[in-house]
Design a protein around this ligand. Structure first.
Ligand SMILES: [Zn+2]
Length: 93
């Protein structure tokens, strides 16, 4: 296999979130019960943008099913916890 094809394939399979979980743990602001959170690296999107992700790799939202509801609930409660800590006067959006 040519190097160009190899690099295109690895780009397609590359997951930014798994990369952070595996190799950039120092940027995590939360890491508990299979959920992680970190500040968005792209500062242009919002004044403060925190991403909350499951530790397990999920390709996209279309692969989720009813069994993933507890995971989503856990992510939501982590979001509320972080927000309460950062901005006690604010509400979750
Ligand atoms: Zn991933």
């Amino acid at each position: 296999m040519g190097n160009l094809i190899k690099s295109i394939m690895s780009k397609k399979d590359f997951c930014e979130f798994c990369e952070i979980i595996n190799n950039n743990k120092e940027i995590l602001i939360f890491d508990e019960n299979g959920i992680i959170a970190f500040h968005d690296i792209d500062k242009s999107s919002a004044v403060e943008h925190i991403l909350i992700c499951p530790q397990q790799h999920i390709q996209d939202i279309s692969v989720l099913n009813v069994n993933d509801i507890p995971l989503l609930q856990k992510m939501h409660s982590v979001a509320q916890k972080i927000l309460e800590k950062l901005r006690p006067e604010s509400t979750y959006r």
